[in-house]
Structures are given as structure tokens and as C-alpha cells.
Design a protein around this ligand. Structure first.
Ligand SMILES: Cc1ncc(COP(=O)(O)O)c(C=O)c1O
Length: 396
């Protein structure tokens, strides 16, 4: 057999999706696994959105659309950005893709190349480093601290800048920490961004999942001087419980949108036409179901924090957004539990899955080995059962 190209040797499979597949297989085999590893809401997509999709099928809206997405959907994205973020975009500055992940991929392909460096604050979502590697650029990690609320400081950014730096990725609310950048945090970064002449990719996918009266802000909103260098990516997956529908979007300078549309036209063509109609209903609909889901997440967040506080040697900063907690379990490292030596997050997550049937994601996947990521996008009953099992095994 001839050899494969070397390109995919650069990257690894998504650890969260790999874990999810394993847990689904365990469940299918009848095992009572509590899946706190998931990165998706457990709710059904709201009915008004499903109805829009059914109507699209019935109406025969089943053909190719413009590869950058329908004009009506791009107009709806522009209207949403104006309404929620007070940012003006023309539809020609927006490209709709197959999920926020695809929008980020397009952005990386169009903005970065060999010789560039892209700064990623850590702990970070598992996909950024690999997408940057696929662009030919080098990911450069900027560690953030628990004491700073896992928010990148200007000093933290300056410390990793070089003449090769071409971009910075900001993800707020953040997966995995749940941290949220406030206007002041972003304003403090603006001068450094301007001086160093870099792009800022703002991954706003969790923008509507905020708690404790935190409000959403991205870098383009805090200072008009940086607007033209900020690229926003977001989508409907998390807010509207639409992870399987695969609709995300990117908004940025027209030249970038053109490049991304060209790339997409040669790669996937348009995102699914029916899902585009569904996303249109999501963005233009009443949003009451989305708000209900957000409130339920908030209740679960409080519950998880309360239950975690009862586990000895575990500390957890209060997340202000998304649907994850990122507790520090390193107080248990070095111990032997049920015959297994726990040296780090990988060992602990393996132990929890094997012995308690609780799936969590090792912090190492997010560049933070002291922690595990637990999702509270699971039912209250499962949160209680899962944390009880974790508490019991760690008490051994
Ligand atoms: C930080 C972050 N960005 C982007 C995405 C992409 O979402 P999707 O491709 O499902 O729209 C995810 C999904 O897990 C995420 O956690």
C-alpha cells in the first residue's frame, strides 16, 4: 500500500470525542456509566427550531445553498451581533460553516501559516493546538492562573510574544475552566494586541451561558481600535442544544470572509440546508427555551459546587459560564487507590471510569494536569450519583 501523507501525524484525535465514543459504547453494553465527560447540553432542541427544519424538508429546501451560507441566515447572524454585541457586520463579512469548530478551522487556515506563532491561553479547549498545527503555525501556550480567575493578563501575554506572533485565541466563557473575561480584562489586553499587530480569534460559542449576573463581552466590543483585527466565531450548538445540527459562523473583515468562503467552497460546499433553516429559527425565535436551559445549568452548577466542596482535598473555583467545573484534584495525587497509583489526571480519570463508572476528562487534555473537567450538562440525579461515587472512592 502506498504511504499516507504526513499531515495528520501532526495531530491527535479529539480526546473528548474519543472519550465520548468509549462511554457511549459502555452504555450500549448495558453499563451504568455517568457521563460527566460530555461537552454538549442534554436537552432536546427546542420545538420551534425542529419545526423549522421539518418545514424546510416539506418545502423542498433541500438543495445546495451559497457555500458561505444563505443570505437570510447571514443577515440573521449580523442582526444578532448588532442586537447582542452592538457590533455592525455586513452579511458579506459572515461565513456559516459546519459548527463552530469548522469556523475556527477556517479561521486558522485563512489567518495563519508556517513560521507564525499563535498564542493560546491555557487551560484551553483541546482543539485549538491541533487546528493551529494543521495551519502550519506553532501553538504557543500562555498559562493562566487560578488566582487570576484563569484569565490572561497583559503580562502573561507579553511574556510569550515574539516577532513571529500572529494571533491570540480568547475563549470566554472558557471550556474547560468556566472563566469569563470581563470588559476590564479585555481592555487591559488591547494595548498589547495593538503593539504586537496580531489577530484575535474570539471563540464566543458559550456566550449565552453566563451566571451570577456576569455579562458577555468580547474584545471587539471593548475598543473600536481593535475591531478590525478581531475574528468572532460562534454558533448554535451550545445555546440552543443543537450540537448535532452542525451550524457555526465566523464574522470578521470582508477579506477574511472571502478567503474562508473560497476555502469552504472547495472543501465542504454549504453547510446542511435544513440545519441552516433550523439555525435561522434559533437566532430569530423567542429564545425562551434557551433561557430555561441556561437557568437549569445554573441550578446544576450550584449543586455540583456544593457537592464538590464535600470531597476532601479538592478545590474548585466557581465557574461563571459554560457548563463545566474544573476542580483541582492534585491533593490526591501520589496516593494508591484500589491498588492503582494515582500520578496525575490521566490515572485519576481512568480510575473513576473503571471503578466508579464516572466519565470525566483528564485536565492534561486541556494542559492542566492538576484538574479534571466535569460537565454538568447531565441530569441532577446523575450529578448526585456521580459525585457520590467520586467522594466514596477518594475516601478509601
Ligand atoms: C470552546 C469551544 N469552541 C468551539 C466548540 C465547537 O462547537 P461546535 O462545533 O459543536 O459548534 C466547542 C465544542 O465543544 C467548544 O467547547
Amino acid at each position: 500500500m502506498p504511504s499516507l501523507s504526513k499531515r495528520t501525524d501532526l495531530i491527535k484525535p479529539s480526546p473528548t470525542l474519543t472519550l465520548d465514543a468509549k462511554v457511549k459504547a459502555m452504555k450500549a453494553a448495558g453499563e451504568d456509566v455517568i457521563n460527566m465527560g460530555v461537552g454538549e447540553p442534554d436537552f432536546s432542541t427546542p420545538d420551534n427550531i425542529k419545526e423549522a427544519a421539518v418545514k424546510a424538508v416539506r418545502d423542498g429546501f433541500t438543495r445546495y445553498t451559497a457555500s458561505e451560507g444563505t443570505l437570510e441566515l447571514r443577515e440573521a447572524v449580523a442582526a444578532k451581533l448588532l442586537r447582542d454585541d452592538r457590533l455592525e457586520f455586513k452579511p458579506s463579512q459572515i461565513v456559516v460553516s459546519n459548527g463552530g469548530k469548522h469556523s475556527l478551522y477556517n479561521a486558522a487556515q485563512c489567518l495563519f501559516q508556517e513560521g507564525d506563532e499563535v498564542v493560546i491561553p491555557t487551560p484551553c479547549w483541546v482543539t485549538y493546538p491541533d487546528q493551529i498545527l494543521l495551519s502550519g503555525a506553532r501553538p504557543v501556550f500562555a498559562p493562566t492562573k487560578k488566582e487570576d480567575g484563569y484569565v490572561l493578563t497583559p503580562e502573561g501575554l507579553r511574556a510569550v510574544l515574539t516577532p513571529r506572533t500572529k494571533g491570540l485565541i480568547i475563549n470566554s466563557p472558557c471550556n474547560p475552566t468556566g472563566s469569563v473575561y470581563g470588559a476590564r480584562d479585555l481592555e487591559a489586553l488591547v494595548p498589547v494586541v495593538m503593539e504586537s499587530d496580531i489577530w484575535v480569534v474570539s471563540d464566543d460559542i458559550y456566550e449565552n451561558l453566563l451566571y451570577d449576573s456576569s455579562s458577555f463581552v468580547n474584545m471587539a466590543m471593548v475598543d473600536p481600535r481593535v475591531r478590525e483585527r478581531v475574528v468572532i466565531t460562534s454558533g448554535v450548538s451550545k445555546t440552543y442544544s443543537m450540537t448535532g445540527w452542525r451550524i457555526g459562523y465566523m464574522a470578521g473583515p470582508e477579506s477574511l470572509a472571502k478567503a474562508a468562503a473560497k476555502l469552504q467552497s472547495q472543501m465542504t460546499s454549504n453547510p446542511n440546508s435544513i440545519a441552516q433553516k433550523a439555525a435561522l429559527a434559533a437566532l430569530t425565535g423567542p429564545g425562551t427555551e434557551a433561557e430555561k436551559m441556561r437557568r437549569t445549568f445554573d441550578d446544576r452548577r450550584r449543586l455540583v459546587l456544593e457537592l464538590l466542596a464535600r470531597i476532601p482535598l479538592v478545590s474548585c473555583p466557581e465557574p461563571k459560564g459554560a457548563f463545566y467545573v474544573f476542580p483541582d484534584f492534585s491533593g490526591h495525587y501520589g496516593r494508591e487507590i484500589e491498588g492503582k497509583k494515582i500520578e496525575g489526571s490521566g490515572d485519576l480519570a481512568a480510575l473513576l471510569l473503571e471503578k466508579c463508572r464516572v466519565a470525566t476528562v483528564p485536565g492534561l487534555a486541556f494542559m492542566a494536569d492538576d484538574n479534571l473537567r466535569l460537565s454538568y450538562a447531565v441530569s441532577e440525579v446523575d450529578i448526585r450519583r456521580g459525585l457520590e461515587r467520586i467522594k466514596d472512592i477518594l475516601a478509601n
